[in-house]
Design a protein around this ligand. Structure first.
Ligand SMILES: Nc1nc2c(ncn2[C@@H]2O[C@H](COP(=O)(O)OP(=O)(O)OP(=O)(O)O)[C@@H](O)[C@H]2O)c(=O)[nH]1
Length: 396
């Protein structure tokens, strides 16, 4: 028990310490959870942003085909509806193009590097794709074609028609296809990187929880158990002798007495008190007095049966509850102990220290309380002291 006491005394304020450790650990988990939440949030945001880019770039392909298809229809039929649909497709195409390049334009305006990858920059601005330029040319050609009055086939500008048709079929469509594929590739890479970050954070959170369980919660639970064990020990045991204290003695003896009453079995009380203990303290010091108490406790314990109850009532006074023992038997036991103590040194240093004890015996009357029986034993002890000490007296 001493070891436990040493372990616990290093904590000045255990309640505050445990609250601090507990809330600190939970705070770390909370912070990591918040980070995970934000990373997840940004994965979702990125997913929707990249999805949007891929979608817009895909739309460009469809719009180029749509614009050329309705422009041809307008040329051949003069349908106003076809003209409007072609114009709307071109407008939508320009607006998508502006949206796809908005971040790039913004960065250039601020004198910063373009956020677009080298591959996309090349697709938009360099030969052979030059999407930026091709969109411009394509929309201009479509607009020119729509400006013709398509009453007769002769009015149709064959050259313009051929040009945008060629564009819509080959280089422009190929460039737009390449852009969609590039956006898709970049989107997969970006989300892959974020997923990796998210997985790393998840592993860190799980590791933190495991480490906290091992190095914070486990030792904390061990300390709480030690603390509870210590409290329980102190509530029931006398710190000097290691015997039951007065409170525990009464609780256990009362219970035992009730059961013996039911079985109508006898039991006895013995009170022991060291003779002239004050002189031991005065002559050898209080520390030696303490050792005498401890040694006597061990000696008494060694003399008793397993079910006998021994307690230090206080000072140099000990009490014994002997179940299934008549007062005659109790007198024999008490005298045997008294003689043993008288004959053996209780403390050995430069010289042997011997002590004697006086005792009082009473039987537990089933019609009386435990207190009353103890009082009688105390009268016996008083009598033994008055008669010259080192003797046991019985009071009926
Ligand atoms: N060392 C030590 N002394 C204690 C402890 N508890 C009580 N005492 C001392 O025990 C002594 C008891 O003295 P008294 O009650 O006068 O009795 P006594 O000297 O034993 O004399 P008698 O009982 O009449 O034989 C006092 O000096 C107390 O200070 C303890 O835990 N340790």
């Amino acid at each position: 028990m001493n070891n436990n006491r040493n372990d616990l005394t290093d904590i000045q304020n255990p309640q505050r310490f445990m609250t601090f450790v507990y809330t600190g650990s939970l705070a770390i988990i909370a912070i990591l959870s918040i980070i995970t939440h934000f990373v997840l949030d940004s994965v979702i945001e990125q997913q929707s942003q990249t999805g949007n880019l891929v979608n817009k770039s895909g739309q460009q392909r469809m719009l180029s085909q749509r614009a050329s298809m309705f422009a041809i229809e307008y040329e051949s039929s003069g349908s106003k509806g076809a003209k409007e649909l072609a114009e709307s497709a071109i407008l939508q195409m320009k607006s998508n193009h502006a949206a796809l390049l908005s971040e790039h334009d913004e960065a250039l305006k601020k004198g910063l590097d373009s956020p677009l990858s080298d591959e996309l920059l090349s697709l938009y601005f360099e030969s052979p794709a030059q999407i930026d330029k091709q969109i411009d040319t394509f929309s201009r050609l479509i607009s020119q074609s729509l400006e013709q009055v398509p009453t007769t086939p002769e009015n149709t500008s064959e050259q313009v028609h051929q040009e945008f048709l060629m564009m819509a079929r080959a280089p422009f469509l190929d460039a737009l296809n390449a852009a969609v594929e590039q956006y898709e590739r970049e989107s997969i890479e970006k989300i892959g990187r974020l997923r990796l970050v998210q997985q790393v954070i998840l592993v860190v959170v799980i590791l933190t929880i495991l480490l906290e369980a091992l190095f914070v919660f486990r030792p904390m639970v061990a300390r709480i158990s030690q603390f509870a064990a210590r409290l329980q020990y102190e509530a029931n045991y006398d710190h000097l002798s290691g015997l039951y204290n007065r409170r525990a003695f009464f609780r256990i003896a009362e219970k035992l007495l009730q059961s013996l009453r039911r079985k109508e079995k006898p039991c006895s009380i013995v009170l022991f008190d060291i003779d002239r203990f004050k002189a031991i303290n005065d002559n050898y010091g209080h520390d030696v007095g303490d050792i005498v108490i401890q040694n006597l406790a061990q000696l008494l314990k060694a003399q008793l049966r397993k079910h006998d109850i021994l307690s230090r009532l206080g000072g140099e006074e000990f009490i014994l509850f002997l179940p299934e023992t008549s007062h005659q038997e109790a007198m024999l036991v008490a005298n045997k102990i008294r003689i043993y103590i008288e004959d053996n040194a209780i403390y050995r240093d430069t010289q042997d220290l011997k002590v004697t004890v006086s005792g009082g015996v009473a039987n537990c009357d089933f019609n009386e309380s435990l207190d009353k029986s103890i009082k009688k034993a105390d009268e016996g002890l008083y009598k033994a002291k008055s008669n010259g000490r080192n003797q046991i007296c019985y009071i009926s």
